[in-house]
Write a protein that binds this ligand. Structure first.
Ligand SMILES: O=c1ccn([C@H]2C[C@H](O)[C@@H](COP(=O)(O)OP(=O)(O)OP(=O)(O)O)O2)c(=O)[nH]1
Length: 152
């Protein structure tokens, strides 16, 4: 599928576009691309969160979404993940793609300009058509949930 990408005016054109690290990768790595006055990056203290810019806006084909997901290596090594995982980028969004990082680790984590901070996975969107009913079709489970079948 084709995704049209716009580099935003204050972004650094030397930061590569999202790319797939291997031939079979499902996610394309997204990089931090700070505007000129913030190229020093940011340091996230434990439990700090920050919206990290990618310097990019995108036009996805209608009927598709882009999911912004954590990178497992950063999660394991540094406790770095996304506050809103997976982030949802709508096909009609034309603003800058941002990555909402949070440091769940016990040490400060530095996010440098150009770092690979998350990955983008594209998925088709199925939209629901909602309708009301007085009762729902019965099932063996019924209204049981939240551990009603046991915890192990
Ligand atoms: O990780 C993310 C999540 C969202 N967005 C952008 C694209 C998305 O289309 C828009 C809105 O996201 P979402 O619908 O999740 O946020 P909302 O809080 O419901 O905001 P809105 O009222 O703008 O829909 O923000 C990102 O850049 N990165």
């Amino acid at each position: 599928m084709k995704v049209v990408v716009q580099r935003l005016p204050e972004s650094d054109p030397d930061v590569p576009l999202p790319n797939y690290a291997t031939a079979g990768a499902a996610g394309a790595d997204l990089r931090a691309n700070f505007p000129a006055h913030r190229r020093e990056g940011v340091e996230l203290q434990p439990m700090d969160r920050a919206l990290i810019p990618t310097g990019l806006a995108m036009a996805l084909p209608e009927g598709w979404e882009m999911q912004v997901r954590p990178r497992s290596g950063l999660a394991l090594k540094a406790g770095l993940t996304l506050v809103n995982s997976p982030g949802t980028v709508d096909a009609d969004y034309r603003g800058e793609v941002g990555v909402l990082l949070i440091n769940l680790g016990s040490e400060p984590v530095r996010i440098a300009h150009g770092d690979r901070i998350a990955q983008a996975v594209f998925a088709p969107v199925t939209r629901a058509v909602f309708s009301f009913a007085d009762a729902l079709p019965p099932t063996p489970r019924g209204t049981g949930g939240f551990g009603s079948t046991g915890s192990t």
